[in-house]
Unconditional design. Structure first.
Length: 119
């Protein structure tokens, strides 16, 4: 149980580092967490976001893809993947991900709002 508490604290520290803009610390915490829980979709999601914030786009996309693979019904993760595609000019991929979000949640405001940019 002590180990799980430590890991939960590590994940929480990573999120605090991310919010505070201390991206290298966030990456280190997330990678350490993923060493123990390699199939944690939210950790991959957060790592993908942080890597994107630092301009490390290939690993960012890889992490976001892994998160989607682990949690295919998570619309927040798919929206973040789509937004990353949009930022990188990968519009067909972005539209596909937003459409997948809407297939799960027809009222998803993030996907609806962003798809209007492609019309």
């Amino acid at each position: 149980m002590k180990q799980d508490t430590t890991l939960a604290e590590r994940l929480q520290r990573a999120l605090v580092h991310k919010v505070d803009g201390r991206y290298s610390e966030a990456v280190a915490e997330l990678r350490a967490f993923l060493q123990v829980y390699p199939d944690d979709a939210e950790a991959h999601h957060q790592l993908g976001l942080v890597l994107g914030f630092t301009g490390d786009f290939d690993p960012s996309l890889s992490e976001l893809h892994k998160a989607v693979e682990l949690a295919p019904d998570n619309t927040l993760i798919r929206n973040d993947l789509a937004l990353t595609y949009t930022m990188l000019g990968m519009y067909d991929e972005a539209k596909d991900q937003f459409a997948r979000v809407l297939a799960k949640d027809r009222e998803n405001q993030t996907a609806l709002r962003n798809l209007t940019y492609f019309e």
